[in-house]
Write a protein of this length. Structure first.
Length: 410
């Protein structure tokens, strides 16, 4: 029994051989210890700093709120530049102004012209075939289509502000929330429940009331008794009504263009919405097409007397145009963040949050108080966003968790 443990002649037990010990020189040993120490320090810094960065889903609502504020301020600035600039100062014509505002993507051009961004500019294609795959395979050509769409609906929105107050234009534009939701149900299988359908109906009704079309002012009811005055008064009332209808039609056209822009982008490139490199690459080419195609069309419109080309001449107009371009580029960058981090309906619903803020700006800057029906319509638009995004179903725990994540980032 003792031999069985100490080793028997029938058992060839040998102690395991240990690998040979490699001895390092003092200099190499010191270098290895230094490298290991630096790696541990980097891991500690990364671990200590990573918990401070909030999750993208937490940042998306804040990006949406910030984009609403900047969008409204830029709308008021554009309206002031177009309407209140003196002849000596001058102002950029609407087409030229919008072209300048869409050149912000050129800041990413050095990344894709040379360096690591150039190699990462090849992206996958969605399942299926046809025109969708063709556009997905050639994002440069697709960017031209989206650049024209972007220019068209923004130009319609800007022209609408010449016939309506910015608050009314923005309120009518919120019908895009309903347009995008209906398209999402059809194309992207978004759930359609009773509360969301009610939100769509409230968005349509609220936009109608907020536009002021249902408001009957006293000038429609009590015309003057004198024949000439009555005729001139009726003509003025008819001209004002026609201007309002034109402004509302342009705002609805802008909402339709915005819907096509977002739905088409998600339909073609939805599989890349989380890829920040692709969004920067696509935004770069949108700005490039504005420079290569849209700007010559602006000169062509001036040559054919479609819209006279005007440049800002005074220091105030130049400064205002520059600030407007920076604000517009910032909003476009925030929209990219919302597309990456938010839900499919967050981007169209983001613009609805600008309704009460635009009304506040109209009151503070222009002294215009909304009528009761207009105020009711704006409230209905906000309620429609809550119903469509199902914000009323979120528990207080969700908001406490979001606040905790934001506190951790400070």
């Amino acid at each position: 029994r003792k031999a069985s443990f100490t080793g028997s002649p029938h058992m060839n037990l040998k102690p395991p051989s240990s690998p040979p010990v490699q001895r390092l020189s003092p200099a190499a040993s010191a270098a290895a210890m230094s490298s290991s120490s630096r790696q541990e320090d980097c891991e500690k810094e990364t671990h200590a700093g990573s918990w401070r960065i909030p999750r993208p889903s937490t940042l998306a609502p804040w990006a949406a709120l910030l984009s609403c504020v900047i969008f409204c301020c830029n709308g008021e600035l554009l309206q002031a530049l177009q309407v209140h600039s003196s002849r000596e100062e001058g102002h950029a014509s609407p087409l030229l102004n919008l072209t300048i505002c869409h050149l912000g993507g050129l800041v990413f051009l050095p990344c894709f012209a040379c360096g690591p961004g150039k190699a990462g500019a090849s992206y996958g294609t969605p399942a299926g075939g046809g025109a969708r795959s063709s556009l997905a395979n050639c994002p440069k050509a697709a960017a031209l289509l989206f650049a024209l769409l972007l220019m068209s609906y923004n130009y319609a929105w800007l022209l609408s502000t010449e016939y309506l107050a910015a608050g009314l234009t923005n309120a009518v534009f919120q019908v895009s929330v309903a347009f995008v939701y209906v398209a999402s149900v059809i194309l992207f299988a978004e759930p359609a429940n009773a509360s969301r359908l009610l939100g769509v109906a409230l968005a349509l009704l609220g936009s109608l009331l907020a536009s002021g079309l249902t408001e009957k002012s006293s000038e429609y009811q009590t015309p003057p008794t004198h024949t000439d005055n009555a005729g001139s008064h009726a003509a003025a009332v008819a001209a004002a009504a026609q201007q309002r209808l034109v402004g509302v039609a342009l705002a609805l056209a802008a909402a339709a263009g915005y819907t096509v822009y977002q739905v088409l982008f998600r339909f073609i490139f939805g599989h890349l919405k989380q890829d920040a490199s692709f969004l920067a690459y696509f935004g770069t080419w949108i700005s490039m097409w504005h420079l290569l195609v849209v700007l010559p069309l602006v000169f062509l419109a001036d040559f054919t007397a479609g819209e006279l080309l005007e440049f800002p001449r005074g220091p105030v107009a130049i400064l205002g145009t520059t600030v407007s371009a920076i604000l517009a580029s910032t909003v476009n960058a925030l929209y990219l963040c919302i597309v990456m981090w938010g839900s499919p309906m967050m981007l169209p619903a983001t613009s609805a949050l600008s309704v009460p803020f635009t009304v506040l700006l109209d009151f503070l800057l222009h002294g215009r108080s909304p009528q009761k029906t207009e105020l009711l319509g704006q409230m209905l638009v906000v309620v429609s966003v809550v119903l469509i995004l199902q914000l009323h179903t979120l528990s207080p725990r969700y908001f406490r968790k979001s606040a905790k994540d934001m506190d951790a980032s400070t």
